[in-house]
Write a protein that binds this ligand. Sequence first.
Ligand code: PMP
Length: 406
Amino acid sequence: MALNVEKIRNDFPVLSRKVYDHPIAYFDNGATTQKPQQVIDTIRRYYEEDNASIHRGIHYLSEKSTETYEKARETVRKFLNASSTNEIVFTSGTTGSINAIAFSFGEQYVNKGDEVIISEMEHHANIVPWQMMCERKGAELKVIPFNEKGELILEEYEKLLSKKTRIVAITHISNTLGTINPVKEIIGMAHALKIPVLLDGAQAVQHENVDVQQLDADFYVFSGHKVYGPNGIGVLYGKEELLYEMPPYQGGGDMVDCVTFEKTTYNQLPFKFEAGTMNYIGAGGLATALDYITDLGIEDIREYEDSLLEYATGKLMSVPGIEIYGKAARKISILSFLINNIHPYDAGMVLDKLGIAVRTGTHCNQPVMDHFKITGTLRASLAFYNTKEEIDRLFEGLQRIIKMFG
Ligand code: PMP
């Protein structure tokens, strides 16, 4: 069913504010998304009515709070179609999840001379934790290149896979190029050699139905704030048999079973990976956000966003001097581009004064910039609450910039 975008926009209070006397046109959804009133209300209600630390209390509020937190875990399980809540660990975000896996998996399974495969289009959050782990373990990082359209070269991937490979960590969807990677194929190729695969879903779960069992992903991670939920909460999905064998990566309350000075035993899954007072309010807010987009229908969201992408791409391509980076056959509504030799910061600042929010710079994708031999791009990342009228304003803004800077 087609989305009622006008009605949806009323759910997002920020979208009705003005910036420099212009209505805001928010095109920075790849960095973070705006929050619907439903998520804001959940967080407020939680603080107003039920706030108490989870798991460790026997009093009423603690039980209520624990119930909301564990219900949120079940919402995430259903959202990803994981087979058990034991496979759903809450973290601080995608970065937190990847660091946890890189450390813990590395401790358990990676040794000197082993290899880890990532790709040239990874966000720094899916590069640096693996580099750190490889350095600690004496392992080597291997990188799958992408072609000029921004698509991973699978023949090169095939050449990199070997008996030395311990894990493959790939972004499901690129945050700069918008490329939707052929993750099922990537996983199939790794599994043929019994190599587990981590997918970085930070840019995927808000645009695609993700079914971890159907994908057969070994690890899948995402952030709450990019999926219309709160900041500071994220998800680490891991197959139970892998998580079971992996050691905890942080010590402290809740992840323990019994503590003595001689020895500590650890809690069961998923609590073994949840040390300290968790962000239970964030988990509750995330569950509301996931329910919100599930109710809208992720396929309908995608259909509308695809129409925005097509419209915006057509508009940008009609302007001589605009170069788009990321032309994959399968991509989501992310447009990275440059205008002639105008510095992206200059262009971004002019757009800002017109009330148009885009991102400028490397988008935590320095190797992608190096690939194209550029220092950064402008990036408009579109969400289901954006409109063609807003894209027209972006287009007019870009024409103005071209006139201003010659
Ligand atoms: N991976 C990708 C593909 C991303 O787009 C981002 C955020 N830009 C991250 C990882 C990191 O997410 P977070 O900062 O929420 O941990």
